[in-house]
Design a protein around this ligand. Structure first.
Ligand SMILES: [Zn+2]
Length: 175
């Protein structure tokens, strides 16, 4: 018969090993979950990827599943000759679902403004949204789907984003 205190020590050691293993697995798992590796969008200029991914996340938060890879959305940043046009995505054109963002706009725009323009274009091509004009009493655009041809002030800031994102994915839900 072995020494009881020795068996106890072995048992404690075994328990420690089991616990250590479990801890290790849990650590690896949480590492995978929180992994922030960017998604790859074939046929899309790499500097647009972060905004494409944000669009998918925004959709998911609004209960709308968006998969821009499966939707075969392509995108480039290049010179758009017409003045005052920051982006294009025509769903009726000969190359549908192709986002074009103006290079000059891109080089000087803020992160918020870039996001707004990319979301606007994806609003056309992915959500089949048309333009929506109109402004609030304070003169702010009611939608980021504004055409730019009627006067209203953009207010796509951190504070107003929840409203504009909801309006983008659920235009009938907000007035
Ligand atoms: Zn538009």
């Amino acid at each position: 018969m072995s020494n009881p205190s020795r068996s106890f020590l072995i048992l404690v050691t075994l328990l420690f090993i089991v616990v250590a293993c479990q801890k290790d697995e849990a650590f690896i798992e949480s590492e995978i979950i929180t992994s922030d590796a960017p998604r790859i969008y074939p046929g899309v200029a790499e500097s647009l990827w972060v905004y494409f991914e944000r669009f998918e996340k925004a959709g998911a938060e609004q209960g709308i599943e968006v998969d821009l890879v499966r939707a075969r959305i392509t995108g480039v940043i290049e010179d758009i000759p017409s003045e005052s046009v920051a982006g294009q995505c025509n769903f009726y054109s000969h190359s549908p679902n192709h986002v074009i963002i103006d290079a000059e706009f891109w080089s000087s725009a803020s992160d918020n403004f870039k996001e707004m323009i990319v979301f606007h274009e994806l609003g056309h091509c992915v959500l089949n949204r048309d333009h929506r004009e109109g402004r609030t009493d304070s003169g702010f655009c009611v939608s980021i789907m504004r055409s730019g041809e009627q006067p209203c002030r953009d207010a796509y800031t951190a504070v107003n984003k929840p409203y504009y994102i909801e309006e983008l994915f659920h235009p009938n839900r907000v007035d």
